[in-house]
Ligand binder design. Sequence first.
Ligand code: NAP
Length: 485
Amino acid sequence: MSLNTALLKQQVFVDGAWLDADSGETLDVHNPATGEKIGTIPFCGRPETARAIAAAEAALPAWRALTAEARAGYMHALCDAIMEDIDDLAVLLTTEMGKPVAEAKGEIALGVKYIRFFAEEGKRIYGDTIPSPWADRRILVTKEPVGVVGSITPWNFPNSMIARKLGAALAAGCTMVMKPAEFTPYSALIYGIMAEKANIPAGVVNIVTGDAPAIGEEMCENPVLRKITFTGSTRVGKLLAGNAGRNMKKISMELGGNAPFIVFDDADLDRAVEGAIASKFRNSGQTCVCANRLYVHAGVYDAFAEKLKTAMQAQLKVGNGLEGSTTQGPLINAAAVDKVEDHVKDALAKGGELISGGHRPDGAGTFFEPTLITGATPDMKVAHEETFGPLAALFKFETEEEAIQLANDTEYGLATYFYTQDLGRSFRVMEKLQYGLVGVNEGVITTEVAPFGGFKDSGIGNEGSKYGLDDYLNVKYSCIGGLGL
Ligand code: NAP
């Protein structure tokens, strides 16, 4: 599998043109599996971002004036262009991000599903007529695009995190300025290539790379931009939300998690193991919805640990994501490996027992072995911090109340999972868990047709589904009087 360099755009995309940074400065981008340099990207700052926002402003009136059907036409053409090159785009994504190429292809296909869903959902942006308290007036409620949107996205899903935002924004009639993560810019810049192929008018989609704090400040402070949509860490999310709030901009925040995964004593253990493997180790543990704390009832603790160890050792293979048999690619960088190693050492120092993995393999690249630790306790780092890596830590509990209390004992509230075959318990536990996403007997639940969003410090707003479109719309009430009725 070789890289198609025609898809490796090393410039930013503003107002339909490919440009360098004003200063000519660049950042290097590396392959985490080999450490090799892939290419460079422009190191842009506030002036380039301001020009991208101006281009999006200029493109807005014509884009919002199109019918939903016409916008859907452009969006489907964008998706067709992506699907035409999906194999090459998957190789590009794996080269810069590391995940196995089959997962990369799945991510891109899911991104396309989001865009196609929103293209059609845009045709269903309904308003209301409200019974009027005045005999001679009528009340109309309509929805309008919020305007120019700024998006900032992370490296762990460098294609689909953008698709969820871009699809909703374009369908709503908004134009966009996007800033991808510095580690994975090329999977974002392909949206410029594909927008050109789909003949999307210049200025509707703009992409800048470079100085993240400067670009974020321009987005938050530029009066033209009306909404910021961010996916990333809670730390940066709070910073952006504060600045956007001071400038009265709408926000959508998809932030960090610390997902509990609960196995009750009446669970189907094989199904729970299958769910744990998918939820914990997909993307080498680098998803915001990854199981981080596995709570297992004392009655099935040893059996579950044994089955999970067997499944991990049989199914998980560490390696370069471009090699067919790999299920576990590298972590994004050396700091990510350091964090997993720190969580492992901390857990072992506090009484945890290492059952499987636990080390960095020899050789190049930022890899870490899939790791299983039993005897986890609430004082360990893994209990409080998102590890964002391939560490499964098993905690023991005795009662349903205790499991719920432990699961909710965090400032995060993104995703949670639990396994039980008792219908009453399913509803009881589901209703008490303070999380935006709940998997009951399921370890992977993301779909474009359902809302995706966190409670508490995990964010504000939703992506996907009709709720995800609402976040890009303003509600307008018009009172029509003087009707002479
Ligand atoms: P991050 O450090 O917050 O970075 C995310 C994005 O923010 C990147 O584009 C980054 O740019 C940019 N950024 C960093 N500092 C900034 C600043 N001061 N102003 C404006 N932008 C700034 O997060 P990450 O480590 O890349 O991503 C992992 C986190 O994302 C995890 O916590 C994970 O749970 C969360 N996540 C959440 C969801 C969700 O849907 N809830 C989905 C995926 C990931 P540079 O790369 O250029 O620094």
